[in-house]
Structure formats: C-alpha cells, structure tokens
Design a protein around this ligand. Structure first.
Ligand SMILES: NC(=O)c1ccc[n+]([C@@H]2O[C@H](COP(=O)([O-])OP(=O)(O)OC[C@H]3O[C@@H](n4cnc5c(N)ncnc54)[C@H](O)[C@@H]3O)[C@@H](O)[C@H]2O)c1
Ligand SMILES: [Zn+2]
Length: 384
C-alpha cells in the first residue's frame, strides 16, 4: 500500500464595510472592494437588485449605473442591473438559478468577474449560490439590505436554496469577495423585517455574549421601534460575533456536528417550510429560541429566571412566540418535531443541539426528550 496524505491550506479574507450611500459616486467602498486584488485592471460587474428594494428606492438601478460610469476606469457594468424578486419564495424556484446561468453564459462572465448582489438574505442566498457554482465560483460582492442580512447571513460564508421542501437543501460554502453594509437601505425595510432580523442578535447574544443580551434588554423599546441609533449598534455587534465565530471556531465550513449558530434553528427551519414561509426566518427563529430555552429549563440546564428573560426580551422586541403551526399533527405526530430528524440528517453525524445553561453560556446535547419538547411547546401556547 502507498499512501500520500495531501494537505492543502487555503486562507480566506474579505472586508466587511459599514457605510452609507454605497452607490454615491464619491463613496470609495465598492470600487475599493472590487479592485482589491488587481488594482490596475478594469473589472466586469453584473449587478442583481432585490425588486422590493428597487421599488422602495427607484433611484437605485440608475445610481449603480452612474457609479460604474463615474468609475469607468475600474468598473465595467456588463448589463443594466437585473431586478429579481426577493423574499423566501424565490429560494424555492430552481428556474431562477438556471436563468442567471444562461445570462452569465451569454455575457461571458469569468472567475474574475464580479456579481454584486443588493438585497435581503433570501436574494443573497439565491444569487450567491448561482454564482458559487458558475465556473466553480465567481466573485460575489454583497450589499445586504435587511437587518438579518447585514447582521448575520450577509457577512457569513454560506449560501443556499430550498429544495424538496427543505430549507437550504442545496448550497455551498462560498466566502464573499466583500460585504458592504449600507445603513441607508434599512430606512425602507418594513418594521416587520426590522424586528425579524433581530432574532439572530438575540440568538448570538444568548450563546456568546451576556453583556450584549443585557444591552438588548435595555434597548428593546427603541429596537422594536426601529430607531437607527439602536438598530445600527445591534447590527455591528451581531455581525462581529458571527464573524468572530467563523474566524475562530475552528470549523468555518461546518465539517463537524456542532452548530452553535444554529441555536433554535431545528424548529425554525421546519416552521418556515410548514407555514410555506408565512413566517419569516427571523420570526421562526424567535419561536425556536423560545422552545429550546423552555426545554433547557425543563431539563434543569438553565433556571427559570433565564428562560423568562429570553421570552420577555423576544416579546418586548415584538415577536410572537406561539404559532398555530406548532400544534399541527399528522397521524398523531406533531409535525414540527420532524425538524429534529431533518436537522440530524443535515448534520450527518450525531444529533447536536445547542441549549443554554445561562445567558451567554451554551451547552451541546446529543439527545432530545420528545415528551419534554412537547411540554416546552405547550408552555408557549400561553405566550400567545
Ligand atoms: N446564508 C446564511 O448563512 C444565512 C444565515 C441566516 C439566514 N439566512 C437566510 O436569510 C433569509 C432571510 O433573510 P431576510 O430576513 O433578509 O429576509 P428576505 O430576504 O426574505 O427579506 C424580507 C423581505 O424584505 C424585502 N427587503 C429586503 N430589504 C429591503 C429593503 N431595504 N427595503 C424594502 N424591502 C426590503 C425583501 O424583498 C423581502 O420581501 C432566509 O432565507 C434565511 O434562510 C441565510
Ligand atoms: Zn438563522
């Protein structure tokens, strides 16, 4: 037998900007991001814009065109910005990816071409995945436009689409070329989506940062009202915690079974598909966090005060912790519980669920007691 152990180390690096008016001609961020590797070359750029963002800011496609014209020595916009439907249902439609590939083939996009994506987390996932597989990966510059995408999904290394009724069943690990978080976009985001995005901040505070959790409690009223001087620090801290996890956890591409950033997500993903996306991702995550926190309390892992603090904060931020989908059954089985099996299947190895010992203190468990989860869920019925 001859055995050669191949070892390859790949380093990824990408800037995350916090800025305003990213497509104002005088704003250097986009140009700087695109030209970071080859300063003396003209870079081909194809822009995709979330239609809802473009409806709310009709000047945006023109501003992207004007930006490219102003920086024509560095940027070549290969087509007018493409408007695509945003929102979760776009991630269900496999035909959109094929349409993008057809267009990018016609335009001769290559591995050094840039796909600029301006939109919510769903559009970033959808277009990011299409870009990740073309030529095995085009450069993607993300301009996330929602609280959730600026604070969490847009700064991370994953993308994916839904298939066979399962969330993110197809996807890739594909670090972005750059991320541009523009505070101005948030001004047109619905209050519902401002609130929904904050679930991920509660999540990461609970597993990583007790001080941040206290800060969220102190600013809950301003956050719920969408006040920029509260929402902006939430985004920056939440993004920093996610970035730190990716950089230092030792498992950025999730090869092992532990998935702390998926705290509360086994139920959330199932609720999203069960409700056919009536619930936003963040809304489902809030319910998932509540279930797993009550479950931790019932398991004697965390005390009742901690569990009550979590539910109170989520409610004060504007989340509803009960949805009738939680009661749905088929053949006497509570459907949401299938989320556990689906999560286990996704992980591949052992079921690994993150729970809380206290605020800022996570613990992993490998077994879930089904009657106790049912009990936890029923406790939330009262929280309607
Ligand atoms: N890839 C990852 O690591 C990761 C992590 C967390 C979540 N996600 C995914 O992110 C998605 C949720 O993202 P989301 O909360 O941004 O939802 P979303 O993308 O569905 O956006 C919500 C709605 O707001 C609209 N919108 C977005 N920005 C707007 C703006 N500035 N003005 C007006 N309308 C705007 C969208 O078109 C959509 O209708 C889910 O699909 C979730 O699975 C991915
Ligand atoms: Zn999430």
């Amino acid at each position: 037998m001859r055995r050669h152990l191949q070892r390859v180390t790949v380093e990824f690096e990408y800037p995350v900007y916090f800025t305003r008016d990213v497509f104002a001609a005088a704003n250097p961020c986009f140009r700087e991001a695109v030209t970071a590797r080859e300063a003396n070359r003209r870079h081909r750029v194809f822009a995709v814009v979330d239609r809802n963002v473009a409806v709310a800011s009709p000047w945006l496609p023109g501003a992207i065109r004007a930006y490219a014209d102003h920086h024509a020595d560095a940027l070549a916009l290969v087509a007018e910005p493409l408007l695509l439907e945003g929102g979760e249902s776009a991630k269900d439609d496999a035909a959109i990816g094929t349409r993008l590939h057809t267009r990018w083939n016609e335009l001769g996009m290559d591995r050094q071409s840039v796909i600029a994506i301006v939109g919510g987390g769903a559009l970033l996932d959808l277009v990011g995945y299409a870009a990740a597989v073309l030529h095995r990966g085009l450069r993607v510059v993300r301009a996330p436009t929602s609280v959730l995408a600026q604070a969490d999904s847009g700064v991370g290394v994953k993308c994916g689409v839904n298939s066979f009724g399962k969330k993110n069943f197809l996807g890739a690990f594909a670090p972005p070329f750059a991320v541009l978080n523009d505070a101005r976009f948030l001004e047109t985001l619905s209050s519902r989506d401002v609130i929904a995005g904050m679930a991920e901040a509660v999540k990461v505070a609970l597993i990583r940062d007790a001080e941040f959790f206290t800060w969220l409690e102190q600013h809950a009223a301003d956050l719920r009202a969408g006040k920029g001087d509260a929402v902006q620090p939430l985004i920056e801290r939440c993004a920093a915690l996610h970035l730190r996890h990716i950089a230092t956890s030792g498992d950025p591409f999730e090869l092992g079974s532990a998935r702390p950033l998926d705290f509360g997500h086994w139920a959330a993903h199932k609720l999203e598909s069960m409700t056919r996306h009536r619930l936003r991702h963040g809304e489902a995550v809030a319910i998932g966090l509540a279930i797993d926190t009550v479950y931790a309390e019932l398991s004697g892992l965390c005390d009742a005060v901690t569990a009550a603090r979590v539910q109170t904060l989520l409610a004060r931020l504007g989340f509803r912790l009960w949805d009738d989908a939680l009661a749905a059954t088929t053949d006497g089985r509570r459907v949401v519980l299938d989320g556990l099996a689906e999560f286990r299947e996704h992980l591949g190895g052992e079921l690994t669920i993150t729970l809380l010992r206290g605020v800022g203190e996570a613990i992993e468990v490998h077994e879930i007691d089904v009657p106790r989860v049912e009990h936890a869920i029923e406790r939330l019925r009262g929280a309607r």
